[in-house]
Design a protein around this ligand. Structure first.
Ligand code: 5GP
Ligand code: ZN
Length: 113
């Protein structure tokens, strides 16, 4: 499958890994929007939030749990952070493999449309 994040999962495209288990990978965003900017992805290919099925719900829950752990490890749990999922064209989703951005390490601007 021609999917950038599947290639990162398989290791054919390198990434700066922050956390990994059998189901989930966390790596640094190549174009960080803040001092802390990592991407949390499932190793299973799911194109977007729209394609999440009931059987995937434990995986999605685990991504939130991993976000909590990684935020602690990266030192932003107390200062605060944002967990963002872009889904579909209006959101600007560029990579069609579901991911959360975990962004922090600085005062973040207000969300706008
Ligand atoms: P989206 O716009 O789909 O929510 O976010 C995709 C993110 O993937 C962007 O923040 C972009 O900087 C990041 N990205 C794109 N290509 C690569 C890559 O090859 N490696 C890494 N680490 N991040 C990437
Ligand atoms: Zn994929």
């Amino acid at each position: 499958m021609d999917c950038l994040f599947c290639k990162i999962t398989e290791g054919s495209i390198p990434s700066q890994k922050v956390y990994e288990n059998e189901r989930i990978l966390v790596f640094k965003d190549i174009q960080p929007a803040a001092p802390v900017h990592v991407l949390i992805i499932p190793k299973k290919h799911i194109a977007s939030m729209n394609e999440v099925e009931e059987q995937d719900l434990p995986l999605i829950a685990e991504m939130h749990h991993v976000a909590q752990q990684v935020a602690k490890e990266l030192g932003v749990a107390e200062s605060g952070y944002r967990l963002i999922n872009n889904c579909g064209p209006d959101s600007g989703q560029a990579v069609q493999h579901i991911h959360y951005h975990l962004i922090g390490g600085a005062k973040l601007g207000a969300l706008t449309g």
